[in-house]
Design a protein around this ligand. Sequence first.
Ligand code: ATP
Ligand code: MG
Length: 565
Amino acid sequence: MRASSYFAPTLKEAPAEAEVPSHIFLIRAGYIRQLAAGFYEYLPLGFRVLKKIENIVRKHMDRAGALEILLPILAPSELWQETGRWDVYGKELFRVEDRKGRMFALGPTHEETITDLVRKNIRSYKDLPKNFYQIQTKFRDEARPRYGLIRGREFVMKDAYSFDVSEEMAVKSYNLMMDTYRKIFDELGLDYLMVEADTGAIGGKYSHEFVVKVPNGEAHIVYCEKCGYGANVEAAKYEFELDKLPPEEEKPLEKVYTPGVSSVKDIVQFLSVDEKKIVKTLVYILDDGTAVAVLIRGDRQELNETKLINHFNVLDAHLASSEELSKLGVVEGFVGPIGLDIPVYADLSVKKDLHNFVVGANEEDYHYINVNIPRDFKPVDFIDFSTAREGDPCPVCKALLKETTGLEVGHIFLLGTKYSEAMKAYFVDKDGREKPIIMGCYGIGVSRLMAAAVEQNHDENGIIWPESIAPFKLHILALNTKDNQIKDVAENIYQQALDMGIEVLYDDRDISPGAKFKDADLIGIPYRIVVGKKVKEGKVELQKRASGEKEEIEIAEVEEFLKKL
Ligand code: ATP
Ligand code: MG
């Protein structure tokens, strides 16, 4: 490809809203442009990378026996009503109306559509197992589209769905996808972790996320370097037994005057107690309107709302506002479990070995000290409501956990029968009985991967593509196109590379050498041949984008180098 007739408009400055390296460089290097918030155009360079990622994903999915299909982007709302997701999916779902007033979902994911296809066309155990996948544009009206391709409102996803006759077979399909994902992310050259994930609104039994490690990523994970345990903090556990305080003799309960003192920090100072001996009482309102109080030790981070939502099996829960608290007759800032009229649950950090602790007294400016369970109150239950964090003991091997952030690039779920039961996708088993098909679903953020690769592979001058997904393998720079000798040599090498089938971008533009080097660094093609003044001595320069290595070689040796490529 000749740069003179190509379209890779590079920019000196990134747009103001671009905050992260991938967003900045993909725009500056001419890979993508924004049409509107969360909607991007892929320019020739960007489209090449996108296709390369797709092809790696496709190759491994095909090898795993998954069958590529293409489903309509729009789905009739009736299908989404069958699973209840027409209401549950909320504002993230783009909804469109046809001329007759019929409503459609602009697909954010395709469980409903694929389950409909399968229930209409698969009858018998003999037709199973099956795994269908597609690589397609998805739409989600994200609350905060940002970071370029990382969180778009239109993006490319690979979504796959497995159908099996039994739980055992479904687990096999799930494990096969897990292995396949590892192969895909390995070939993409990414540094990633596979971690346990919350199953969230999509439902299902268990799930794993593949997270590419990047600073300031949106996914927060804890992991153990010793045994390999890893989980999204939404789902992560820790070994709370090791975090317990030594036993103590119970002291008599006492109510103390604590004027204006209500935060954990203030209580620590005012009463000179360890924050581990303060128990916070948080009042939550579940989406059905029920109020629950949850106790958590003062040193734990915020309560893990995902765990709370999962435990109570609701879609949403929020901390009670001042108004809601006063309606419940609860004194804000001094809430406590003793004599409270709301069901009280306790985090595992409060479990019975905690002695002589401090709680609010349900009275303005008062706390109880020397509180003990079960003497002074009894929680309904002890539940894991904490967010695991760096330094907590690993739940598997008890080594200390590490914390990091990343980008979720893949997510696999064992769905079970959630969708097949809701939509009556049954098959007739060997024994002649009708049973719901066991499903799994598997997503990869294809366009997000392009950004993830840049997040992990760049320097201050631009992108450094992993070879497997670089838009071109070789970049030829002719430093002065007015010099006939330089031009001839460069043209020659370009033709040779083309003849050998090497993907090559040839910078034959009539611009300054400095501008060519700047663009080449921005664009990030792995290998470079620079044709400049040294042609007079019969030499050209080889450069590697990643290491910055430079090497002069004889023009006669170029062919050998191209062969190696
Ligand atoms: P997130 O927590 O980042 O919103 P998700 O759990 O909603 O992701 P899934 O529904 O599992 O994502 O979608 C499968 C994959 O699609 C994700 O792992 C991610 O890589 C990608 N993805 C999800 N939302 C977006 C988006 N708005 N823009 C780009 N890629 C996305
Ligand atoms: Mg999401």
